[in-house]
Write a protein that binds this ligand. Structure first.
Ligand code: HDE
Length: 710
């Protein structure tokens, strides 16, 4: 007999309308529906409205009270319902990722827009319009799973493609280079950046002694360090950051020909970052800023998209560069190898369950598919071991690939058997190969195919050595390239970030050592950082290889590539009693028309009398500071503005919007509040009509007026 659509409460089953939690009744003796017709375990997973059961299918009669000896007596050990529930709860948490613990994810697909069969036989690039399901997890690196979304940090950008020839995981970051060149240094790097071992702080922050001590002794880290000090490390949204495969990989075509490749993700919404003060304040305003932004955008049907671009090059080009393409601390500027756009990634579905999917997803750089291959990058080679290994300790079993989010969507079959949490039930006795069981009419199991993954042949020779190649020895040219490719304002942000971080370092010799490296990158940068710390300029560090000048690359700057759009951006609209309703509604409509998301804010959320009607607000003023928005509007009467000028939350709202270089649109009546906040009008401070246009940018020229940058 099938289960009823909605399970009747135990009280209803016996016709006694008594809430069990009030009266401590024993459970009902009502007949239990016959569930055996329901099919196998996979089909009896929990669904809404069904009878509540134990994990073994035994129906509960009472989920409010434990089993007691007498009305007020002790709880009985016999209570298997209580014990199972608490036992399972006690083990709900699994070890968090050692790095990238804090993350948010979504489902979507990759669509091939420009097939490249001449370069790779990977099936996802075979045909224009071909869609491959994907799951993407974004993350911070240093903080724990419960830490905030907006610290200064590298962001993870991990993509699992469920191709029809198995899963390909492109486990990248939003910064195209990495701190170290050799995997053997990874535990040291991570220990140094995580909270300090004795005191357990700081959480999710690189601004402390051990990180800067380590990186100042590892000049190979400087390129990534300068990116991390730039606005790239404080993205406005996961939807507005680039992604990079970082390492050089190989593409292999059907004829076995290989090319080198670097993978780039380009956000359709353009790149955008926060300003540092904003990102720090965001940590109080909304811990989940990026997670919420991603979830809400997808839920609203505003699906984030990225284009996939490839830098394709051959050995000859690699040999012509003054650095090594196997060195993950180096980029190849797009001016040297331009991007070829081959597809788009669309995220169109939020996970149904955070733990089952976002937490349990296991990315493995070793997951590659026919048509893609590894390079000899020593960092990548180490990663090929680490990720498989970590899943065993994190997910507890070698069978983590059977968890739905990790399982390939194409058929998979082999002779690996058993292990903890095995959920498959293989039939027959063909668990070894070769076998001749087919000759006895039995299923012989799967066999390798000539079409399967084959490593691209490559000549390798040489002595076994524990060394760092000399071609990896230039640590300053590329940070210099990055620095010189930034706008003046971006340079000021970088210099100020160094000052901020080093000001939190208590060890003077470490501060000096960092600045001694900066002198090899750029004397001006070093001078500014030293001045910001009131530090005597130390001698320049001795470079292992003399740095060279590389032509600056505009592609490395966020501001030079700013996309003026309101799409994906949020406008906070402050109104209060007496606001003209037509004016408020008109602005909301204009922001929507420009592709932005309006968010109305008032001193009270429930309903405010306006001139011409009434309106509810999306958020209350004290809980909706302006850091949460890309631009703000003040739709206020003079009387309301005078009242709000006495409210710290309202004054802070305006002051911060101005200090964070945002557009402010306002009614003439809002002037008393603007005056109280000390706003000096500039081109970003306008009437309401101009706001939908002005809101799509930040006003960098304003910055020297509002903060002292290094
Ligand atoms: Fe990772 N990294 N990593 N990493 N990494 C992990 O794997 C590791 C590196 C990256 O959302 C861990 O499943 C080593 C570079 C992302 O689940 C761990 C080395 C890049 C994620 C691990 C590196 C990354 C991780 C922790 C140096 C950019 C999150 C949990 C050899 C190209 C994936 C896990 C997710 C996660 C090891 C360096 C990106 C411990 C040993 C370079 C995006 O296995």
């Amino acid at each position: 007999m099938p289960l009823p659509d909605v399970a009747p409460s135990p009280a209803a089953l016996v016709g006694v309308p008594v809430p069990t939690h009030l009266h401590g009744r024993q459970g009902t003796m009502a007949p239990i529906p016959d569930k055996t017709e329901q099919g196998n375990a996979g089909e009896t997973q929990q669904r809404g409205g069904e009878t509540l059961t134990t994990n073994h299918g035994i129906p509960f009669s009472d989920n409010q009270n434990s089993l007691r000896a007498g009305h007020r007596g002790p709880t009985l050990l016999e209570d298997f319902l209580l014990r199972e529930k608490i036992f399972h709860f006690d083990h709900e948490r699994i070890p968090e990722r050692i790095v990238h613990a804090r993350g948010s994810a979504a489902h979507g697909y990759f669509e091939c827009t420009d097939p490249i069969p001449e370069l790779t036989r990977a099936s996802l690039f075979a045909r224009k319009g071909k869609r491959t399901p994907a799951f993407v997890r974004f993350s911070t690196v240093a903080g724990g799973a419960g830490s905030v979304d907006t610290p200064r940090d590298v962001r993870g950008f991990a993509v699992k493609f469920y191709t029809d020839e198995g899963n390909w995981d492109l486990v990248g970051n939003n910064i195209p280079v990495f701190f170290i060149q050799d995997a053997i240094k990874f535990p040291d790097l991570v220990h140094s950046v995580k909270m300090e071992a004795d005191r357990g702080y700081p959480q999710a922050a690189s601004a402390h002694d051990t990180f800067w001590d380590f990186v100042s002794l590892m000049p190979e880290s400087l390129h990534t360090v300068i990116w991390a000090m730039s606005d790239r490390a404080i993205p406005r949204s996961y939807r507005m950051m680039q992604g990079f495969g970082v390492h050089t990989f190989k593409l292999v075509n059907a004829g076995g020909e290989t090319h080198f490749v670097k993978f780039h993700w380009r956000p359709r919404l353009g790149m955008q970052s926060l300003v540092w003060d904003e990102s720090a304040k965001m940590q109080g305003a909304d811990n989940d800023y990026h997670r919420r932004d991603l979830y809400e955008a997808i839920a609203a049907g505003d699906h984030p998209e990225w284009d996939l671009g490839l830098q394709i090059f051959d050995q000859e080009l690699a040999d012509s560069l003054p650095w090594d393409v196997l060195d993950a601390t180096k980029i190849i500027p797009e001016e040297i190898v331009p991007l070829r756009m081959v597809g788009r990634l669309v995220l169109d579905r939020n996970p149904d369950n955070f733990f089952a999917e976002t937490e349990q997803v296991a990315f493995l750089p070793s997951n590659i598919v026919p048509g893609i291959d590894f390079s000899d990058d020593p960092l990548l080679q180490g990663r090929l071991f680490s990720y498989l290994d970590t899943q065993k300790s994190r997910l507890g079993t070698t069978n983590f690939h059977q968890i739905p989010v990790n399982a390939p969507k194409c058929p998979f079959a082999n002779m690996m058997r058993d292990g903890m949490m095995q959920t498959q039930v293989p039939k027959g006795r063909a668990n070894y190969e070769p076998n001749s069981l087919d000759q006895a009419g039995e299923d012989p199991g799967p066999r390798a195919s000539a079409e399967g993954f084959a490593t691209a042949p490559q000549q390798v020779s040489g002595d076994k050595l524990r060394i760092r190649a000399e071609s990896f020895g230039d640590h300053y040219s590329q940070p210099r390239l990055f620095w010189r490719s930034q706008t003046e304002n971006e340079q000021a942000h970088i210099a100020s970030a160094f000052v901020f971080e080093l000001s939190k370092v208590g060890l003077d010799h470490v501060r000096s050592r960092v600045v001694s490296h900066l002198r090899n990158i750029d004397e001006d940068l070093a001078r500014r950082v030293a001045a910001g710390l009131a530090l005597d300029l130390p001698k320049a560090a001795k470079p292992f290889r003399k740095p060279v000048d590389i032509e600056p690359s505009d592609a490395l700057s966020i501001q030079k590539n700013w996309q003026q759009t309101l799409k994906g951006r949020k406008v906070g609209i402050l109104f209060a009693e007496g606001t003209d309703k037509a004016e408020l509604d008109g602005l909301v409509a204009a922001v929507e028309k420009a592709g932005g998301t309006p968010f109305t804010i008032a001193p009270k959320v429930g309903g405010i009398p306006l001139s011409g009607g009434e309106a509810r607000a999306d958020g209350q003023l004290a809980g909706s500071p302006s850091v949460l928005f890309d631009a703000v509007a003040l739709v206020l009467t003079e009387q309301a503005a005078q009242k709000l000028a006495r409210d710290g939350a309202a004054v802070g709202f305006v002051m911060d919007a101005f200090a964070h270089l945002k557009a402010i649109g306002h009614t003439p009546g809002a002037q008393p509040l603007l005056d109280r906040a000390g706003i000096e009008p500039d081109e970003g401070v306008t009437d309401l009509a101009a706001l939908p246009k002005t809101a799509s940018r930040r006003y960098w020229d304003r910055e020297p007026k509002v903060r002292d940058l290094a």
